[in-house]
Design a protein around this ligand. Structure first.
Ligand SMILES: Nc1ncnc2c1ncn2[C@@H]1O[C@H](COP(=O)(O)OP(=O)(O)OP(=O)(O)O)[C@@H](O)[C@H]1O
Ligand SMILES: [Mg+2]
Length: 260
């Protein structure tokens, strides 16, 4: 089966001469062609997990196994565009030779996918925050990734732009059939986007939910999602030491019937 298999992943940082354990044994399967959302409190290690999985940093222990060959692209909280390059050049930034030529032929198509046709020649300073973030997504897509790692990509956007971007991401994921690992603080965002939601606490996976199949429209006011939200809040609020029992986790899996 495709996707990413993570086993016993550990990572500590050295802070002022002392070892700070951040990830203390992450076991996780990230399915392919789905959106996996990582939720957790500030400082719990979400970004660290994303960076390790995407190969930006080395783990201290454990393994990250990709099924087959893979290409990973990143989208961060801020778009990180080059202000002196227009949209087209930003999208192709970092690509060379044949890859650049091939993606160059796809730029119009990619711009359509992210809803930015007609802006190929614009500069970042002429774009809104939401549009810049779409360029960052387009740049990730131009790389033809099998996996996109997204670290709170919509956190800086206003409510309505964020909603629009969430819808667009769902559309893009469907159109491109890519796999996405998505970090957020927002429970609603997780419920809207995630096929799988993973709660991280104290450097470990505390809880996993399988939510549903790709492509379904979700109404968060449905009882099912309200119940899920309540459950997620309870897990995020719980003090450490009161870890959920396996039985309880299995119960949730049965009830939701999603894939994990
Ligand atoms: N390069 C680093 N050097 C030292 N400590 C680090 C480094 N990167 C992260 N940390 C520490 O690791 C812990 C987890 O950081 P991380 O950025 O993964 O958290 P996060 O869950 O993404 O938080 P947030 O939701 O606020 O973005 C924090 O205590 C942070 O201070
Ligand atoms: Mg972070």
């Amino acid at each position: 089966m495709g996707g990413i298999e993570i086993r016993g992943l550990c990572k500590s940082y050295e802070v002022e001469g002392r070892k700070l354990p951040v990830l203390t044994g992450i076991d996780l399967r990230i399915p392919e062609k789905r959106i996996t959302v990582v939720l957790g409190r500030s400082g719990c290690g979400k970004t660290t997990l994303l960076r390790l999985t995407g190969g930006l940093e080395q783990a201290d222990a454990g393994e990250i196994r990709f099924a087959g060959s893979h290409r990973t692209a990143f989208v961060f909280q801020e778009p990180r565009l080059m202000p002196w390059l227009d949209v087209r050049k930003n999208i192709l930034f970092g690509l060379r030779g044949r890859e650049r030529r091939e993606s160059g032929e796809r730029v119009e198509e990619i711009l359509r996918v992210v809803g930015l046709e007609r802006f190929e020649k614009a500069y970042p300073s002429q774009l809104s925050g939401g549009m810049m973030q779409r360029v960052a997504l387009a740049r990730a897509l131009a790389y033809r990734p099998s996996f996109i790692m997204m670290d709170e990509p919509f956190a800086a956007l206003d409510h309505f732009t964020r909603e629009q971007m969430q819808k667009e991401l769902l559309r893009v994921q469907q159109a491109e059939n890519c796999s996405i690992l998505f970090v957020t603080h927002s429970i609603d965002e997780a419920l809207l986007l995630g096929h799988k939601i993973v709660i991280i606490e104290k450097g470990r996976v505390k809880k996993e939910y399988g939510i549903g199949e790709a492509g379904e429209e979700r109404n968060l006011l449905e009882d099912r999602f309200i119940g899920l939200k309540r459950d997620i809040i309870r897990h995020l609020e719980e003090e450490s030491g009161s870890a959920v029992s396996i039985d309880e986790q299995e119960g949730t899996r049965d009830r939701l019937g999603g894939f994990l």
